[in-house]
Ligand binder design. Structure first.
Ligand SMILES: Nc1nc2c(ncn2[C@@H]2O[C@H](COP(=O)(O)OP(=O)(O)OP(=O)(O)O)[C@@H](O)[C@H]2O)c(=O)[nH]1
Ligand SMILES: [Mg+2]
Length: 314
């Protein structure tokens, strides 16, 4: 087992942080022990999710948010989740360039992670990377991800405040994803408001929002217009994030969110362990055999599953 120096991680040593994130990203053995060790130091960081369609300006927005966070002398870690192959590189390279002006700043840590993952996929790993940044003393953790179904739900699960970034061209996307987006968004940002059609898109989005009752009746979901590239409207976004934090604290919602997160994570770990225990070589073979005889097999998948579950001898 590679050694992660927990002490220097907790002291905020960036190399230990990087190593620890690689460690959990690859699900190396010892990951659970590492997370056990740092757990007492977790729970202080505020976690923000930024999600939305490809190219909406999420990284540009995050880059500007980092500056505002740093003005308050808070530290920030960014986990940028790339849903594509870890080898395609394009988006990652773009992000590095966009956020590179923070690269000499010790109070900023930016890390890309691929959303692949052998077990449990994104949710578990990104969440754990957030834990590591939290334990290392980062005041704020930001998860950035392209909104594609499950991934955005996972990000919402990992975040205290979820910001959904749209652009004037997102009309169809909003129609298609509106129920999902509605569920996860605490704040909508309509970026690229310097573009034509921005006001019209704002009205359309407003109308959709009005039709929908939101997750939390007491928190008014608002749409903020920004032009992240020109640094316009970003202050308002950061202020809104902070007031959502305040709202969650005052209403007890933050505690509830964290309880739910804890519960789901325990469930996730149990699921993963049970799966590992269950799929012995014999059971795997039995399933493989059945698949190979798919043309002639008479047994329903339910029947076979029952047999595998009941036959404790294998
Ligand atoms: N016109 C205009 N362009 C913008 C604005 N914000 C960002 N862009 C541009 O939009 C492109 C995509 O920006 P990113 O910040 O990389 O978008 P993203 O959502 O992080 O993209 P992915 O991570 O690849 O999904 C870049 O060329 C930005 O310069 C804006 O407010 N107005
Ligand atoms: Mg990006």
């Amino acid at each position: 087992m590679a050694r992660i120096d927990t002490k220097s991680l907790i002291n905020g040593d960036i190399r230990s942080v990087s190593r620890a994130i690689s460690f959990v990203e690859n699900n190396r053995s010892g990951t659970e022990a590492l997370l056990d060790n740092i757990f007492p130091k977790i729970g202080r960081a505020y976690r923000i999710g930024v999600t939305g369609p490809p190219g909406a300006g999420k990284s540009t927005l995050v880059d500007k948010l980092i500056s505002l966070i740093r003005e308050q002398e808070k530290t920030v870690g960014v986990i940028s989740i790339d849903p594509t192959s870890p080898f395609s590189g394009g988006a990652l390279l773009g992000d590095r360039i966009r956020m590179s002006r923070h690269s000499g700043d010790a109070g900023v840590y930016i890390r890309s992670m691929a959303s692949r993952g052998s077990m449990g996929g994104l949710a578990v790993n990104a969440q754990e990377a957030g834990d590591i940044l939290d334990a290392a003393g980062m005041d704020i953790v930001i998860f950035e991800t392209v909104g594609v179904g499950q991934v955005e739900l996972d990000v919402a699960e990992a975040a205290d405040t979820t910001v959904v970034v749209l652009v004037p061209e997102s009309g169809d996307e909003v129609q298609a994803m509106k129920s999902g987006l509605m569920e996860i968004a605490d704040i909508f940002v309509l970026n690229k408001s310097d573009r034509e059609g921005a006001d019209r898109a704002f009205v359309d989005l407003r109308n959709i929002l009005d039709l929908k009752s939101t997750q939390d009746e007491d928190w008014p979901i608002e749409i903020l217009q920004t032009a992240a590239m020109n640094n316009e409207g970003i202050d308002a976004v950061y202020e809104k994030i902070q007031s959502h934090y305040q709202f969650l604290q005052d209403s007890g919602g933050l505690l509830k969110k964290r309880q739910r997160r804890y519960e789901r994570r325990v469930e996730g770990v149990v699921r993963q362990h049970l799966n590992q225990m269950f799929w012995s070589a014999d059971r795997t073979e039995k399933l493989t055999d059945a698949i190979e005889q798919i043309e002639t097999i008479k047994k329903s998948p339910y029947k076979l599953a029952q047999e595998l579950i009941q036959d404790l001898s294998i």
